[in-house]
Design a protein around this ligand. Structure first.
Ligand code: IVH
Length: 669
């Protein structure tokens, strides 16, 4: 393809991909499969690799995150980013509306919108192309987080309709409840501190100095304001929202024009419970004078506009009683105390249990059996005890003590130095085996359809399973003998077990239940080692070479595979037919093991993909970004910013000829 044709195709692909991003991330109604989408991205990436100067900042390939920065640049907001005054009940809202009517000497209409609990951002588009994004900061000066915002998939890098000149829009970057819960689960798995709520998670992710981390955090954005909208002929807030939506910007879509205080009340009451069913956290309703000209007349104070107010729903905290504190035993033997609560309705569901995490947490909050406590849900999902109502405590109630023996198997419990958890060290503890099996069979693991909790309990209790590998020795007759299992479901389960033997390597690594290895880390390990056999022999140093894996994980992986019992289980899994290889170019030689290559610019003697496969076939690795861990940056014609970064980091650069010479030597050597 010549350059002109490539340029045309690149434009076409960019538009097409932007449209599919919009359909997927904003409208939530994709038209094509993930595979088809990936194919479009691959084609675009290949064309941009071949013609690096055709790569522009609004290309979807640029969402992966660019260079890390040392600190954020400051951005002065042309129009200050104000905050909102809050009202906490309908009476206070009425006073606000009365104040507005008095000042304007007439009744006015309002738009009501939900208040998203996220982080305020300003987005600037020049001639329809996203050029800069910043945080609110102190309202006058914010931080430049452009590179991070580019990774937010619901944010258009180019508007769907041409808008001339400079357009500044404002909105909220947020994280969906499920993404927040998943992120925290992953952090817990990896031993990282948890985020208190989706807002903190969003703020923390947006303010990452390395945009490639932000890119993995599933942030989203809603816009709700256009700065200087009047100059563009817009007359009302309601119109602004429709206009923004028409430009392909994600608006929240629950706005309503309200002609009276009564209608505002209706909106607020309607969403009071309904909001819990939304995929993101809302903490109130923003009420805005609809007419932009009237907004200008009302003006602002130093802190907040006089034309808008935030109605805050009462914080979802309820008082209830701790009936008991139970101990659950996890798959790694960790004992987790769980508060069993008098049932209470919270953020849309009935809550009866809340994790108390570990001994230190219980001590800190001093939760005791029989206590009255305040509970809430982090991110509207995860129930937690906030504090104890000490006044209401029954006299003489003893502080909670962690048990000395495992409630599941009776072995003695230890708290190892440097750990928060108490552990049962008995590897044959039935609770650990059950939890290990659940983990093994889970979606991100071997994804064994039909192997649910009840069935696992029976299998372990009946002694059919003592070790995960036993799963693959179960017979149809054994299964059919269990409660609530007919011949048919036994056959189905055997089939599901058979199918699970071919899961991708990353799933298998995750399924093994190595401490600190969640699905993200499993993915990295699979990608870098290519087979379970190789991972089993890996040293800590080798594992530490992988970006995103630290010493705690590396040491946990190595000690897991050093363990005799674990090795035996794995040998049995392999003997029973479980696949342990990543499908990838056949390894011809292993001479480049540990070497990491990055390519930039056009190659003359092969396509990028061919060159990458050659590196892999010699045991080396290829990454898309230059870091200190990169061994060589191969510089082709018209290199991109990776060259600059390599030079800055002092990473060795070689030209194409040297690369091929190295390949020859490696093949001969
Ligand atoms: S309008 C002049 N609309 O709430 C300020 N803000 O507590 C105009 N927020 O800083 C803000 N959802 O970050 C507006 N639909 C919405 C909002 C919203 C969330 C945030 C925003 C603002 C904060 C004020």
């Amino acid at each position: 393809m010549d350059k002109a044709a490539a340029a045309r195709r690149i434009e076409e692909l960019k538009r097409e991909i932007a449209r599919h991003d919009y359909l997927y991330y904003v409208l939530d109604s994709p038209e094509i499969s993930d595979e088809e989408y990936d194919a479009l991205m691959r084609e675009l990436r290949a064309l941009e690799e071949a013609y690096p100067d055709l790569r522009t900042p609004d290309s979807p390939t640029q969402r992966v995150g660019g260079m890390p920065v040392d600190e954020f640049e400051h951005v002065v907001h042309e129009v200050p980013m104000l905050s909102l005054d809050n009202v906490f009940d309908l009476g206070e809202l009425k006073s606000f509306c009365d104040r507005v009517s008095r000042a304007l000497k007439e009744e006015v209409s309002y738009t009501a919108e939900l208040k998203i609990d996220g982080v305020a951002v300003s987005l600037i588009y020049e001639d329809g192309v996203f050029v800069r994004g910043s945080t609110r900061g102190d309202g006058r000066v914010g931080e430049d987080v452009t590179a991070n915002l580019r990774t937010v998939k619901s944010m258009p890098l180019r508007l769907m309709k041409p808008v001339s000149g400079r357009l500044e829009v404002r909105g909220e970057v947020y994280m969906q409840k499920k993404d927040f819960a998943e992120l925290n689960a992953q952090r817990e798995e990896e031993g990282e501190p948890l985020f208190a709520n989706p807002r903190n998670a969003a703020a923390g992710s947006l303010r990452q100095l390395d945009p490639s981390i932000t890119a993995k955090r599933h942030l989203r954005v809603f816009v709700y304001q256009a700065v200087n909208a009047v100059q563009r002929g817009l007359k009302s807030q309601y119109e602004v929202l429709q206009w923004l939506k028409g430009l392909g910007l994600p608006t929240q879509g629950t706005e309503r024009l309200c002609d009276s205080f009564d209608e505002l009340t209706k909106y607020i009451d309607e969403w009071r419970e309904k909001r819990f069913a939304l995929p993101y956290v809302t903490d109130g309703v923003v009420v805005k004078v609809d007419d932009l000209a009237k907004q200008e007349i009302l003006g602002t104070t130093a802190k907040a506009p006089r034309w808008a107010v935030a109605f805050k729903y009462p914080a979802e905290e309820k008082r209830t009683r701790v009936k008991d504190i139970e101990i659950s035993v996890g798959r790694t033997g960790a004992l987790t105390p769980v508060a069993i609560l008098e049932p209470v309705r919270l953020s849309g569901t009935i809550v009866q249990r809340a994790s108390l995490h570990n001994e230190d947490e219980i001590r800190r909050k001093d939760v005791r059996v029989g206590d009255y406590v305040w509970v809430r849900k982090a991110g509207e999902i995860i129930p937690e005890v906030v504090r104890v109502d000490k006044e209401a405590r029954r006299e003489g109630s003893p502080p909670f003590e962690m048990p000395k023996e495992c409630p599941a198997c009776g072995s003695s419990v230890v708290r190892l130095p440097g750990e928060a958890a108490h552990r049962c060290l008995n590897r044959s503890c039935p609770a650990q085996i059950k939890e290990g099996l659940k983990h093994f069979a889970s979606r991100s693991g071997m994804d064994i359809q039909g192997l649910g909790e009840k069935l696992i309990d029976q299998l372990v209790e009946k002694g059919f399973i003592r070790d995960i590998a036993d799963l693959y020795t179960l017979s149809e007759e054994e299964l059919a003998s269990l409660e609530r299992m007919g011949k048919k479901s036994a056959q189905n389960l055997i089939r599901a077990l058979e199918a699970s033997k071919n899961r991708p390597l990353a799933n298998l690594i995750y399924a093994l239940g190595i401490r600190y290895v969640g699905s993200r880390v499993a993915e990295l390990l699979a990608e870098n080692f290519g087979s379970l056999e190789r991972l089993m022999e890996a040293t800590e140093e080798e594992i530490l070479q992988i970006e995103g894996i630290g010493p705690r994980i590396a040491s946990s992986v190595v000690s897991f595979f050093r363990d005799e019992a674990n090795r035996r289980t794995i040998e049995r899994l392999i003997a029973l037919g479980v696949k342990t290889r990543l499908e990838r170019p056949a390894l011809e030689k292993d001479v480049w093991r540990g070497l990491r290559f990055v390519f930039t610019g056009e190659l003359e003697r092969a396509t990028r993909l061919e060159a990458e496969n050659i590196v892999k076939s010699l045991g080396g690795q290829v990454s898309s970004d230059v870091s200190r861990k990169t061994s060589y940056v191969v510089v082709g014609k018209n290199p991109g910013s990776k060259l600059e970064r390599a030079v800055n980091l002092g990473v060795k650069t070689i030209d194409e000829d040297s690369f091929w010479r190295m390949v020859e030597e490696a093949k001969e050597g």
